[in-house]
Design a protein around this ligand. Structure first.
Ligand SMILES: [Zn+2]
Length: 290
C-alpha cells in the first residue's frame, strides 16, 4: 500500500508534468468501485478545466482545478499553459488505495489492464488511473457547493510542536497506536511509526498521554526526518512511478527496526524485538528505546 512518502512523491511528479495543462476529454471504465462521484458527473465536471496544481493531502492526491474554458477547446491553437495563480474552483481527488497508480503518459502508450480513467490533456499528455484491486477512489468536488478536501488528522510533515503536543495530550493509548490513528495524524503507516519511535528512543507501548513534552517533540522531529528521508530517496525513482514506461517499486528507506526481529540493533547490537500492538506487528530495540 502506498504510504505518505510514496503519495507525496507521486503528487510532486504528477504536478511537475501536468501543472498548467488543461483537461480536454475524459474516458472512464465501466467498473463502479473507483468512482466516489458517479462517473458521468465526474467526467462532465472535469472536462475543459485547467489544472492549477497537484499536491498531497494526507494520503490523497488532490488536483486543484480552475474554471472550465469558456470557449471551445482547440487542441491546435495556442499554448496549453494556463494562469496557475487563479483560485481553484473544483478538485479532483485521487486515493490510490492498495494498488492504485496515477500515471502520466501519451495517448499512444499501450493501455494497461485495470485502467479505470484516461484523462486527455491539451499538451498531448494523458493522465491514467490504473488499479487492479479497485480499493482506490476518484472523487470530483465543485468548490462552490462543497468544502475542499481535508485530511481527518494533522499532517505529520507540517504539524507544529504545540499542535503535536496537544494531539497526544491525555490520550490513554499506546503511542504506536496513536501514531497509526488517522484521526490524530494523517498518513503515518506501520513502517514509519516503528522507525520514528526508534529514532526518538521511545518504546511503542508507552501511553501517549504519559510522554513528556520533550519526548513528544523528539518524536515529532524523528517522524518528520523519517518521512523526509523516504521522500528524498523516492524522488530519485519518481519517474518510475508516474511515467507509464516504468513501474518499479518505491525505493525503500533502509529500516532500523521494521521487520528486523531478532537481528542486531544497528546502534547497540541488542536483538530487535517484536510485539503486536493495535493489531500490527511492532518492532523495537529494548535497549535504545525507553
Ligand atoms: Zn539498540
Amino acid at each position: 500500500m502506498p504510504e505518505l512518502p510514496e503519495v507525496e512523491t507521486i503528487a510532486r511528479g504528477v504536478n511537475l508534468r501536468v501543472r498548467g495543462d488543461r483537461i480536454v476529454e475524459v474516458w472512464f471504465g465501466g467498473k463502479r468501485e473507483p468512482f466516489k462521484t458517479p462517473a458521468a458527473r465526474q467526467a462532465k465536471g472535469l472536462e475543459g478545466r485547467s489544472i492549477l496544481e497537484v499536491h498531497r493531502t494526507g494520503k490523497h492526491i488532490v488536483c486543484e482545478l480552475g474554471a472550465a474554458a469558456d470557449r471551445p477547446l482547440d487542441q491546435r491553437g495556442g499554448s496549453p499553459l494556463v494562469e496557475c495563480a487563479s483560485e481553484p474552483s473544483a478538485q479532483w481527488i485521487v486515493h490510490l488505495g492498495m494498488t492504485g497508480r496515477l500515471l502520466v503518459t501519451t495517448p499512444d502508450a499501450p493501455v494497461a489492464p485495470h485502467t479505470h480513467a484516461r484523462v486527455s490533456l491539451m499538451s498531448g499528455r494523458e493522465l491514467r488511473f490504473v488499479d487492479p484491486r479497485r480499493f482506490g477512489r476518484l472523487e470530483f468536488r465543485e468548490l462552490s457547493r462543497n468544502t475542499g478536501f481535508l485530511a481527518p488528522g494533522a499532517d505529520p510533515l507540517s504539524v507544529t510542536a504545540a499542535e503535536f503536543a496537544r494531539l497526544f495530550h491525555g490520550r490513554r493509548l499506546a503511542i504506536k497506536a496513536a501514531l497509526l490513528n488517522q484521526k490524530i495524524l494523517s498518513g503515518v503507516g506501520n513502517i514509519y511509526a516503528d522507525e520514528s519511535l526508534f529514532r526518538a528512543g521511545i518504546r511503542p507501548r508507552r501511553l501517549a498521554g504519559r510522554l513528556s513534552r520533550a519526548e513528544l517533540e523528539g518524536l515529532r522531529l524523528a517522524l518528520g526526518e523519517v518521512l523526509r528521508d523516504a521522500i528524498r530517496l523516492g524522488g530519485s525513482s519518481v519517474s518510475d512511478y508516474v511515467d507509464a514506461e516504468g513501474a518499479r517499486g518505491f525505493f525503500q528507506l533502509e529500516h532500523c527496526v521494521y521487520q528486523r526481529t531478532g537481528l542486531p540493533c544497528l546502534r547497540c547490537q541488542t536483538p530487535i524485538r517484536r510485539l503486536v500492538l493495535a493489531g500490527r506487528g511492532t518492532h523495537y530495540c529494548p535497549q535504545c528505546q525507553r
